[in-house]
Design a protein around this ligand. Structure first.
Ligand SMILES: O=C(O)C(=O)C[C@]1(C(=O)O)C=C[C@@H](O)C=C1
Length: 102
């Protein structure tokens, strides 16, 4: 686990939060791209091809790095991220001619 230094002023904490959120947004954008590619590689992509075991493994691996968050909380976050990625992938694929979606 990585415990970063926590500033002791409101402004300092907010600035640090802004930096963390910026990094999270960059990571989310990268994750959406990766998950989008995965949807094209799977026999059944998108929401129809969800894999509950894989999602549970992702939550379990992240829980080890985020022990302050109860696993149920982390699962809600991970599910939201995964579903947002699948939504983006489906929007992306719906831009293509129907033949590519068969
Ligand atoms: O690994 C997969 O099979 C994916 O489709 C990627 C992903 C994810 O975003 O991590 C998305 C949906 C699945 O239910 C599991 C994981």
């Amino acid at each position: 686990m990585v415990r970063s230094a926590v500033p002791d002023t409101l402004a300092g904490c907010r600035a640090a939060i802004d930096a963390v959120d910026a990094a999270l947004a960059t990571l989310l954008e990268h994750r959406v791209a990766l998950a989008g590619r995965v949807q094209r590689l799977k026999p059944v992509g998108g929401h129809a091809g969800r894999d509950a075991r894989r999602e549970a493994a992702i939550v379990a691996a992240m829980a080890e790095r985020a022990p302050s968050l109860p696993p149920e909380s982390l699962a809600r976050i991970v599910t939201a991220i995964i579903e947002a990625g699948l939504d983006a992938a489906e929007r992306d694929m719906s831009d293509e001619p129907p033949v590519w979606r068969l």
